[in-house]
Design a binder for this molecule. Structure first.
Ligand code: NAD
Ligand code: UD1
Length: 337
């Protein structure tokens, strides 16, 4: 049993990870400024696990407040989810993204070093592979980014690699998520995007609940099974369980490792649409549009390293993901409130 500080723990992936940590009797302390989440998430976590995590409404840009959190608690390790994540927005307001995702993270790493907490699991993304030359994508593929959001992930990876070079006492896992979707089985936790969703699953869910008229499919002339984009969708609970394995590994080792968290399977936009339609027992109307600028044809993970190093692999399939996303969407038409 360990005490884990979870930054961004009220958010989509963070909240599911807190549930799994608590299920395994770890002590969880959440730091979140609630920029993109609700305080109600804490009650939902309690409803599922019986435990309400300790919570600090703190912005990671506030170094003094972070120091206070470390001073008041004996923290063994950190899982760092806090950050902004909208690709299009990051192109429009890059400095805001660099400040939050880079300056905020540096604050956190400094506060950790000062408190002598040197074990961290960081939320990176498959976006650091840019447009990969081949699939499945392995961790040693070349890295590149096409937008400020992706660059903040790449810089954080580099910063943490440099931290390890400077001090071999650190234990750092850089987890590169593929496309997290789905929700907790209870329907109490899930993804609640603000405004018009950019990502596929939240958009389909809003078509199913009648908020949007039809799905816009961004291109059907890619070199894929049906011409639409192929991605490695992973159930958010599988991703959360990957973090459990990661934190257990990190607590027992020193070093820095990059690890893909995906299923290793690719599904096209139309295949996902069909899986969701099956789960919701309804047609999902759609129209084929032009390609979305910046999109790639195909992206899925080689998951060997996660299996070998962490003993983790994903369990849920696309039908489970769509079923759980639909359950959450129906139960929470206005998000978590
Ligand atoms: P999310 O927006 O649901 O959660 C992030 C949480 O961090 C939110 O609760 C937000 O309020 C909080 N936060 C943001 N800035 C903060 C700050 N300065 N101080 C304190 N709290 C702050 O996002 P998510 O989908 O759960 O993603 C979590 C992490 O995983 C992010 O770093 C994201 O970039 C990364 N990631 C997400 C995806 C995805 O598709 N969801 C894919 C790859 C990587
Ligand atoms: C996006 C982000 C990426 C992030 C990832 C995981 C972009 C350019 N990239 O990638 O940085 O790591 O999410 O969260 O935003 N699609 C439609 N119609 C829609 C929405 C999506 O056809 O309304 C298609 C897309 O063209 C793509 C697939 O669905 O082929 C998945 O899209 P999306 O959910 O946005 O994820 P990514 O593009 O993989």
């Amino acid at each position: 049993m360990a005490t884990i500080l979870v930054t961004g723990g009220c958010g989509y992936i963070g909240s599911h990870t807190c549930v799994e940590l608590i299920n395994l009797h770890h002590d969880v302390i959440i730091v979140d400024n609630l920029y993109n989440s609700s305080i109600k998430v804490l009650d939902r976590i309690k409803e599922i696990t019986g435990v309400k995590p300790k919570f600090y409404q703190v912005d990671i840009l506030d170094r003094a407040a972070l120091d206070q959190v470390f001073a008041e608690n004996k923290i063994d390790a950190v899982i760092h989810f806090a950050g902004y994540k909208a690709v299009g927005e990051s192109v429009a307001i890059p400095l805001t993204y660099y400040k939050n995702n880079i300056s905020g993270s540096i604050n956190l790493y400094e506060a950790m070093a000062k408190a002598n907490v040197k074990t961290i699991v960081f939320s990176s993304s498959a976006t650091v592979y840019g447009d990969p030359a081949s699939v499945p994508i392995k961790e040693d593929f070349p890295l590149s980014t096409t937008n400020p959001y992706g660059t903040t992930k790449l810089y954080n990876e580099q910063i943490l690699k440099d931290v390890y070079v400077s001090d071999a006492e650190w234990s750092i896992l850089l987890l590169r998520y593929f496309n997290p979707i789905g929700a907790h089985k209870s329907g109490l936790l899930g993804e609640t995007p603000n405004g018009i969703p950019n990502n596929l699953l939240p958009y389909i869910a809003q078509v199913a609940t009648g908020k949007r008229e039809f799905l816009r499919v961004w291109g059907n002339d890619y070199d894929t099974v049906d011409g639409t984009g192929v991605r490695d969708y992973i159930h958010v609970v599988d991703l959360a369980l990957g973090h459990i394995k990661a934190i257990e590994y990190a607590l027992g080792h020193k070093g820095v490792e990059c690890i893909n968290l995906g299923t290793g399977n690719g599904y096209s936009v139309l295949q996902v649409k069909d899986a969701f339609a099956k789960a919701a027992k309804m047609e999902i109307p759609y129209q084929i549009m032009d390609r979305r600028p910046g999109d790639i044809a195909t992206c899925y993970a080689d998951t060997t390293k996660a299996k070998e190093l962490l003993g983790w692999s994903a369990r849920y399939d696309i039908d489970d993901m769509c079923q759980d996303a639909w359950n959450f969407a129906q139960k929470n038409p206005n998000g978590i409130e």
